[in-house]
Design a protein around this ligand. Structure first.
Ligand code: CP
Ligand code: NVA
Length: 261
């Protein structure tokens, strides 16, 4: 496992999942491999390939992740980049099915920054066919290239909608938010606080969708994107999401590395 950024849930859930599946792992931090600095991404991939059955990587740059995956013959699992966080969304969709039933009957409203979580939700929505409304402040929408790629994954049309209007949470069965300032954007935190203030998920917003669950990938910045009353309230399923990281990743690795029997 390679981690260029901090991690709690992803690192611990992968470590425990690997152990429970009977595997072993080594976890390397930023200073160990020094990917792209001490050696090229491609060289590191070709060396790791000779030692391990797969690579779990949380990298700063999505381009580096793609390069790592291209150079390695073994599977590379994206443990978050600035562009996407697919393992998180696997656990989230598992949670949503557990608490609300089949995905086809859900309508997820994502409120906040058009970031890596939004991207992976969009890709899941178009590929799996559940409706998703992404609601962001103006100027913080997902990139056009990300939207185009997500729409291109649709097997049967897509029900993806991107808007700046908070009122579009109406009818949602799940409200999902994430931090306003993701890792790597820390210098923008003050300006983002001002821009995102009206997009806070608070009791007033949740009361517009009384049957919806509240979701967050964590870590949360309480008092910014979500209030204590909502994250600790009865609609919240955030700790179930965090717990399901373990099971979703066990399933992912059983699929990738299992014998197929
Ligand atoms: N949700 C998530 O990926 O958490 P960490 O950054 O702590 O791994
Ligand atoms: N968008 C957040 C997700 C953390 C799990 C970040 O990239 O910092």
């Amino acid at each position: 496992m390679l981690f260029q950024r901090p991690s709690h849930r992803t690192r611990v859930s992968f470590e425990v999942a690997i152990a429970r599946l009977g595997g072993s792992r080594t976890t390397l931090g930023e200073q160990d491999v020094q990917l792209g600095y001490r050696e090229s991404v491609g060289d590191a991939a070709r060396v790791l390939d000779r030692y391990v059955d797969g690579i779990v990587a949380r990298l700063r740059s999505h381009t580096d992740l793609v390069e790592l995956a291209s150079a390695a013959e073994k599977p590379v699992i994206n443990a978050l980049t600035e562009r996407s966080h697919p393992c998180q969304i696997l656990a989230d969709l598992m949670t949503l099915e557990e608490v609300r039933g089949p995905l086809a009957r859900q309508h997820v409203a994502y409120v906040g920054d058009g970031n890596n979580i939004a991207t992976s939700l969009m890709e899941a929505s178009t590929r799996l066919g559940f409706p998703l409304t992404v609601i962001t402040p103006s100027g913080y929408e997902p990139d056009e290239a990300v939207i185009t790629r997500a729409r291109g994954l649709a097997l049967d049309g897509d029900r993806l909608s991107i808007t700046n209007e908070l009122a579009k949470v109406e009818g949602a069965t799940a409200i999902y938010t994430d931090v306003w300032t993701s890792m790597g954007h820390e210098t923008e935190r003050e300006s983002r606080r001002r821009v995102f203030a009206e997009y806070q998920v608070n009791e007033a917003l949740m009361s517009a969708v009384p049957d919806a669950v509240f979701m967050h990938c964590l870590p949360a910045h309480r008092g910014e994107e979500v209030t204590d009353a909502v994250i600790d309230g009865k609609q919240s399923v955030v700790f179930q999401q965090a717990g399901n990281r373990l099971y979703a990743q066990m399933a992912l690795m059983a699929e990738l590395f299992g014998s197929g029997t």
